[in-house]
Design a protein around this ligand. Structure first.
Ligand code: VG1
Ligand code: CO
Length: 542
């Protein structure tokens, strides 16, 4: 039975950096999810006869949302929904399935690294037929559909049993329930030298992987334990939980502190890693060593050819603008084109599709390649294991040799979370209005070389995206970036990105916060941000 349910637009259903994220209690309100999902269908010109991939990171409301979306897709005439068993799919696995099946797109249910549970966050992302996050014109069309919606369509049917793989039918729609892990694991086996990684582990190289009670647990078990022979005890928090065990499933030194503490101990494993809620982020550690995501990207750029899937070299590389310039140094040495894009994976899509780049990454712990169109947490872990096995070195040896060769880009991000949205917007506007006057200014120990409100002209389709963060470069090799987060669900989050280059060979082993002291002080002097935001220190330092 098809129902046409009258509805009214809900304010604020505007996708941010990565999909629509709201408090779970808002998403679970009668009709809220339905409005947004119908607006996705309407915004992309309907889904009659289309094939869509569907799954999520298992957070609270995942199962209910999957059932609702299946019934709505059937009501709107979708030909086929490909859904992970129990409604689970990591973001990278969903991206892969879209490409593998030539689907028209996919819906991924996740608020990524944001906490889950009834008092946490929920989210919905729409990916297009290239497997990547919907680009801006598509999210704009979806947003505008949310503002005019009058009804949504849903069939009245019992919930489907998604606990086993197989084919089910819902009205005229075929629902294919797939193993969420298998195809993804096969793809990883094609890209990396599993034989040499397995042998490396057999020789005694030890590792620890923290799935943070999120979606990568089953993926890590299949790949690291079953296929690569790591011990089951190498997996931490590998059972997905609807509230991620009460934690933030964000793989950084603050939220994955247990793993980081364990990795700093003298008896630590050789290698440590973690992934986020939906499996697209990664954190890389060695015994006594934390690798910043920007450095990890640079190391991968320098060594990717050691993995079979990348043996012929990279076509080009890209990083988000706030990410450190460590990547640029490797690119210059290798003669590779290097792009700086706005924050958010959607901006890499055109470059990847056009073959201009085959590796990209963000300072927020996202790294990936042209194998899919999303960042990919376990991919980064396997890339590191492949590099370590091929070079037979420790993580800290790799980092030291990398810095000796390329110099070190000290880097840190300071986040001021849930601050007053108006005060944060004013702070940015104020700084923006002073940018022209800043060039050449001496502020404390640093001299401004350039100051801009970052805008990006896509080299493939020429589209221009403006206001993507304030970027100030200093003659002394320092850089400061400020922007407002587009993934938060309460107040505003101001992100301050800090960078200082040191060419070496001396001065390569400072504490990053010390090495960044000048640019931190200059940021305070320029913005007076602590007073303006009423804070004494950042909430999160990564
Ligand atoms: C953050 C990160 C950004 C990342 C985005 C989605 O966005 O900074 O680099 O692409 O999250 O990641 P923002 O606007 O809050 O800075 V995921 O793993 O949370 O989907
Ligand atoms: Co994520």
């Amino acid at each position: 039975m098809l129902h046409r349910v009258p509805t009214q637009p809900r304010p604020g259903q505007k996708p941010g950096t990565s999909g629509l994220r709201k408090k779970t209690r808002e998403f679970t309100q009668e009709g809220y999810l339905e409005n947004f999902v119908q607006s996705i269908f309407n915004g992309i010109g309907g889904i009659q006869g289309k094939v869509l991939v569907l799954g999520g990171d298992g957070r609270f409301f995942n199962s209910e949302a999957v059932q609702i979306i299946l019934k709505m897709a059937a009501a709107s005439g979708a030909a086929n929904l490909i859904v992970g068993c129990d409604g689970l799919l990591s973001t990278p696995a969903a991206s892969h399935l879209i490409r593998l099946h030539g689907a028209d797109g996919g819906l991924i249910l996740s608020a990524s690294h944001n906490p889950g549970g009834i008092d946490g966050d929920f989210g919905v992302k729409f990916n297009t037929d290239n497997g990547g996050p919907a680009p801006e014109p598509v999210t704009e069309a979806i947003y505008s559909a949310t503002q005019t919606i009058e009804e949504y369509l849903i069939v009245d049917a019992p919930d489907l049993d998604l606990s086993a793989t197989g084919t089910l039918y819902l009205a005229g729609t075929t629902v294919t329930v797939v193993d969420p892990v298998k195809d993804y694991a096969m793809l990883m086996e094609q890209l990396f030298d599993f034989k040499s990684i397995r042998a490396f582990l057999e020789r005694g190289f030890t590792l620890s992987f923290d799935a943070m009670h999120a979606v990568t647990g089953p993926y890590a078990r299949e790949i690291l334990v079953n296929r690569l022979g790591a011990s089951e005890t190498a997996l931490l928090n590998a059972t997905p939980l609807p509230d991620f065990g009460g934690g933030h499933p964000d793989p950084n030194p603050v939220w994955a502190h247990d793993l980081v503490a364990a990795m700093m101990a003298p008896d630590a494993p050789d290698f440590g890693a973690a992934s986020d809620g939906d499996g697209d982020r990664n954190m890389i550690l060695g015994r006594g060593t934390y690798v910043t995501p920007s450095d990890s990207l640079a190391v991968i750029a320098a060594n990717a050819h050691l993995a079979p899937g990348y043996a012929k070299g990279l076509s080009g590389v890209a990083r988000s603008m706030p990410s450190s310039s460590a990547l640029d140094r490797v690119a210059a040495a290798k003669g590779l084109e290097c792009f700086a894009t706005p924050t958010g994976w959607k901006y890499f899509g055109n470059l990847l599709d056009a073959g201009r780049v085959s590796l990209c990454g963000e300072e927020s712990a996202g790294t990936g390649s042209d194998h899919i169109r999303e960042k990919d947490g376990l991919w980064a872990v396997l890339m590191w294991l492949n590099i370590l096995a091929a070079r037979d070195m420790s993580v800290s040896e790799i980092m030291t040799s990398h810095w000796r060769r390329f110099g070190r880009n000290y880097y840190s991000r300071h986040d001021y979370e849930e601050v007053d949205a108006e005060a944060a917007a004013l702070l940015i506007d104020d700084l923006r209005s002073r940018l022209d006057a800043l060039a050449g200014a001496e502020i404390g120990p640093l001299t401004v070389r350039s100051a801009e409100d970052f805008s990006y002209a896509d080299p493939v389709d020429g589209s221009v995206t403006t206001h993507q963060g304030i970027q100030i470069a200093f003659s002394e090799g320092a850089r400061l970036v400020l922007r407002l987060s587009g993934t938060g669900t309460a107040g505003a989050t101001l992100r301050v990105y800090l960078e200082q280059f040191t060419p070496g060979p001396d001065g390569l082993d400072h504490d990053p916060q010390d090495a960044l002291a000048d640019v931190i002080a200059v940021c305070d002097a320029l913005t007076n941000l602590k007073a303006r935001l009423g804070r004494t220190r950042p909430d999160v330092i990564t």
